[in-house]
Structures are given as structure tokens and as C-alpha cells.
Write a protein of this length. Structure first.
Length: 517
């Protein structure tokens, strides 16, 4: 049977998506593969189809025991015999699966890494006695400390290669930057791997970041416009999911909460109700969503800034799997960054903290962008993108533009007066006429000193970012970054070039507007 025939026979599809066919061909030829595909891109099929064709067993390593059952059930329905072994099963159940494995009745066996290699009841010796033909590692980014979801038990998989020197290993993930990709290849000891990176663009999702003020009212307005739609609302804490779900219920919305602290029965019930469209809205922590395959989620809302771009992209990616227009809306306040930073320092060792803080800063940059959000996201995942996507709040020009020529001239002449030798903060303090001793006396004599005193500091920093984004200023990459002019600066200074700036959103909540939960 060819892969195309198997696609038709087992899965009922006529065509491969993304690079599925190339990936499957490599695996069937015995080559190692790293495949990056967006959520919903069809990763599972890349090892399930070879598993059906190979004359032997495929081991699938997966981090979440809860997800194994769904996958295994649907494989059994498609006619590919599959099973999982985990600690939640009774001894009898486990014995039965082991018997079937010995009789070669099973094509795919799902295991958590600690079940294969951990100290208790490890299965590696038993698995070595079986005829293993393929090893698939799902959520492979979990092996990397550079990723955002590092799981120490994944490190045990470094031992796989030694046990199975000649079996193709296929590592799959929806989320890995360049560093994480390299780390996955190294830690798994992949041989001459074929690396596949599919486009991460989700063209049907419109991205928006909105300054959070009176968060609940803003959300209610939003929901009024999405009355009959299904959506996910992410909150930072378990408590806030419950409080927000209760408030929305009072307003008459069909809504349930979901977080890791709820008992299993409630979680399962709420999730089921959402999947079956009996409940329209789920208010959840990020514990909700991994492996959830609901195609008609019309919007994903974040009530707080997420911790990193990877998580944000995965969460927003749960909208619009059916390809229809969908929304990703984030309510942001600069206070979120401060709060999240304090958590990071509490929870992690020094190296881990540094990585997480970098990721937090990237996320904050995203929130405060003046250029296309989709471009930023795709560039983050090392993918090229046009300047203007036409479907994010920036490209849709939902922020008012105004003639910022005078502001630009003030900023540029300040940089020129300071001989292009100072950083952003110094330039802003100089523009605002700061009395600080940090400002050199000779600079306090200059005519430009204080010409931007009418504009608050935060706003200046936004304008300078925007001027940089439009190429009127540059900021060097040195240890002490310095603001410099560019080839485009002179025309502005001479009044030959008009500059459009964006009315700044103020991302600071007033204390009385902060959500009560
Ligand atoms: P991922 O694991 O990458 O998030 P899945 O493997 O769960 O994605 O696949 C997402 C959905 O796409 C599933 O419903 C799957 O059956 C479907 N799918 C996979 N491959 C194809 C294909 N070639 N054509 C149509 N649908 C597909
Ligand atoms: Zn855009």
C-alpha cells in the first residue's frame, strides 16, 4: 500500500497537508525527522500513517497521560490497533496490553517518558524485546530548557538512541525557536535529520492588543459582538477563571471555568460540554487546550499578558481551525509585565529565570508594537512575512494616525545634538528637560534641551520605537545601546518628509479599574 492509499483507507483524506507526504517518505526510508508544524497542522498523521504501514511497532512518547486515551481511541476507530500503558491502569489492563504487544497485535504504543526510562516499573527492557520500527516523540520541545515548557522527564529520552541505533526517530512540535530546534536535535542525538518547518501563518486569525481599562466592561462589549460564537478566555490564575466565569454567568452567558485545580469529573464535564457546543465559553488557565480539537472556536481572548510568544501563539492558534475568520484579542496593561517578572524570579533558578525574562520581554514588545503583529510573530518563528498583513489591529489601522512630523523632528534633532552617542533613556530625559544630574551640564545649555517636556516619558519611548520601526532612527546592538540617525533622518529634519505616528495607547490601568479578581 502506498502512503496515499493509506491516507485514504485509514483516515479518509484525499490529500496530504503541509509537508506530511515528505515527512512520511523520510520516516519510511528510515531517516530521522524533526517536524515543526502549527497546532492543527496534522502532526499525528506523520507517524500514525507510517505506523500503519511498517511491519512492527511504533512507540509514541507523549507528555500528557490524559491525551493518550483520546488518540488511542480514535486510532482504534480508524482501524489501526493502538494502546497506551500508564500508571492509572489496573494491573489486569496492563497485563492484557502486554500480552497483545507480545502477539504483535498492536501497531502504536503510547508511553510517557518516565514510564519507558523512569526508576519505577520501567519498560525499556520489555520494549527492547519487541519489534520496534519507529519512535515518535510528540511535544518534542519539552526536552529543551530553551523552550517554554521544559519537562525534566523528557531528558531521559537522551538514552533512546543508544538502545535503538537504527530505528528512525521522528520528533514533532508546534513550538520551537531556532535555539530550541537545535537543542532538540542534540539532546535526542538525531542522525542526519531531515528538518521540516511548515508555515506558521494562521491567515484567518485577526490579532488585536487592547489597552486594558475596566477589563470586565471591555470584555462584555466584546462578547456582545460574539453572542452566538464559541470562544476561550484565558486568565492568569485559577481564582480569576472562577470569578470571571461567575460574573459572565450572571450576565447571562453560557460559560464554564476550567483549571488544573478542579476535580477530574468537573474538568471532563466542562470540556465535553464545550466540545459539544452545549457551553459557548470556557474561561480557563493555560491548563486548558492542549490536544483539544474543536474546529469552530471563533475567538481566543487573553485577559492578561501571556508569559511568552510561544504560549500565546499556541493558545490563539486554537481559534479558527475550520479556516473561518476568527479573533485573537489580548487585553494588556504594562502592570502585567511587572507582575509576571516577579513570579519568574520566585519560581526559577538563575539561568531559567534569565530565559523566561527574555521571553517575557519579547511578549511585552509584541504588545507594544507599532508594526504588523503577524510579521512580528512569524519573524519570531524565523519565518519571513510581508510588512502589512491586512488583518491585525495595526494593519487595519484601528489606531488613529496623526501628523507626527514635529515630534519626529524634536526626537531626531535631540539625537543629532547629542552627537548620536547616548541611549534611549538619556535622549528622553534630555528631551523632557530632566533636572537630573545624569544629564551633563553642557547638554543643559543646548536649545533642544526640554523641547519635548509636554510628552510623558512612556509616550516618548513609544514614539522612538515607532520612529525606529519606520527607519528614521536606529538603535545599536552594543552593550550600551545607542540611538543614531539613519539615511532617512535628514529629509525629516529638513522638513522634506512628513512622518505619520500612531496615537499611543496608554497601557497603564488606573488602580480603581483593575479587575476585582
Ligand atoms: P496537531 O497534532 O498538529 O495539532 P492533529 O494531528 O491533531 O494536529 O491534526 C489536526 C486535524 O487535522 C485532525 O482532525 C486531523 O484528522 C486532520 N488532518 C490531518 N491530516 C489531514 C489531511 N491530510 N487532510 C485533512 N485533514 C487532516
Ligand atoms: Zn498586520
Amino acid at each position: 500500500m502506498t502512503p496515499s492509499q493509506a491516507l485514504q483507507k485509514y483516515f479518509g483524506y484525499n490529500q496530504f497537508m503541509h509537508q506530511q507526504e515528505d515527512i512520511i517518505t523520510k520516516v519510511l526510508n528510515g531517516q530521522d525527522v524533526l517536524a515543526l508544524m502549527p497546532t492543527g497542522g496534522g502532526k499525528s498523521l506523520c507517524y500514525q500513517l507510517p505506523a500503519a504501514l511498517l511491519n512492527g511497532l511504533t512507540i509514541v512518547i507523549s507528555p500528557l497521560i490524559a491525551l493518550m486515551k483520546d488518540q488511542v481511541d480514535s486510532l482504534n476507530v480508524t482501524g489501526i490497533p493502538a494502546a497506551f500503558l500508564n500508571s492509572a491502569q489496573s494491573p489486569d489492563e496492563q497485563r492484557e496490553i502486554i500480552r497483545r504487544l507480545r502477539k504483535k497485535e498492536i501497531k502504536l504504543l503510547y508511553l510517557a517518558p518516565e514510564r519507558l526510562f523512569g526508576s519505577e516499573s520501567k519498560l525499556i527492557d520489555f520494549v527492547l524485546s519487541l519489534s520496534v520500527k519507529q519512535i515518535a516523540i510528540d511535544e518534542a520541545h519539552c526536552i529543551s530548557q530553551w523552550g517554554h515548557d521544559f519537562r525534566p522527564e523528557y531528558l531521559m529520552l537522551g538514552g533512546l538512541r543508544k538502545h535503538f541505533p537504527n530505528i528512525p526517530v521522528i520528533a514533532l512540535t508546534a513550538t520551537a525557536d531556532k535555539l530550541t530546534q537545535q537543542d532538540i536535535l542534540n539532546k535526542l542525538n538525531l542522525h542526519n535529520p531531515a528538518v521540516f518547518v511548515s508555515s506558521f501563518n494562521r491567515a484567518n486569525i485577526t490579532y488585536r492588543v487592547i489597552a486594558r481599562q475596566r477589563g470586565l466592561n471591555q470584555l462584555l462589549d466584546f462578547l456582545q459582538q460574539h453572542k452566538d460564537d464559541s470562544g476561550i478566555i484565558y486568565c492568569l490564575s485559577r481564582k480569576s477563571t472562577e470569578a470571571l466565569a461567575a460574573s459572565l454567568k450572571q450576565e447571562g452567558f453560557s460559560v464554564e471555568a476550567y483549571h488544573a485545580g478542579l476535580d477530574n469529573a468537573t474538568k471532563a464535564r466542562n470540556q465535553e460540554a464545550f466540545l459539544r457546543d452545549e457551553v459557548k465559553i470556557i474561561v480557563a488557565t493555560i491548563a486548558f487546550g492542549m490536544g483539544i480539537n474543536k474546529s469552530n472556536v471563533r475567538y481566543v481572548v487573553h485577559m492578561d499578558m501571556p508569559k511568552n510568544i510561544e504560549g500565546y501563539y499556541q493558545e490563539t492558534g486554537r481559534a479558527g481551525r475550520d479556516g473561518l475568520p476568527s479573533n485573537a484579542t489580548l487585553y494588556y496593561s504594562s502592570g502585567d509585565v511587572v507582575k509576571l517578572k516577579s513570579f519568574v524570579k520566585l519560581e526559577n533558578n538563575e539561568e531559567q529565570s534569565r530565559i523566561m525574562l527574555d521571553k517575557l520581554n519579547d511578549m511585552a514588545d509584541y504588545c507594544e508594537l507599532h508594526t504588523c503583529r503577524r510579521k512580528f510573530l512569524l519573524n519570531y518563528f524565523d519565518e519571513n512575512a510581508p510588512e502589512n498583513c491586512g488583518s491585525c489591529d495595526i494593519c487595519l489601522s484601528e489606531f488613529k494616525k496623526f501628523d507626527g512630523t514635529l515630534i519626529a523632528q524634536k526626537a531626531l534633532s535631540a539625537v543629532a545634538r547629542l552627537n548620536q552617542r547616548f541611549g534611549v533613556n538619556y535622549v528622553i530625559d534630555f528631551l523632557r528637560g530632566s533636572k537630573s544630574e545624569k544629564i551633563r551640564d553642557e547638554h543643559k545649555q543646548l536649545k533642544t534641551y526640554g523641547i519635548g517636556a509636554d510628552i510623558p516619558k512612556q509616550q516618548w519611548s513609544r514614539y522612538i520605537n515607532e520612529l525606529k520601526a519606520h527607519g528614521y532612527l536606529q538603535i545599536t546592538d552594543d552593550v550600551y545601546p545607542i540611538v543614531k540617525l539613519t539615511a532617512k533622518s535628514e529629509a525629516v529634519l529638513k522638513g522634506l518628509q512628513k512622518v505619520e505616528l500612531t496615537e499611543a495607547q496608554i497601557f497603564e490601568e488606573r488602580a480603581e479599574e483593575i479587575l476585582p479578581f
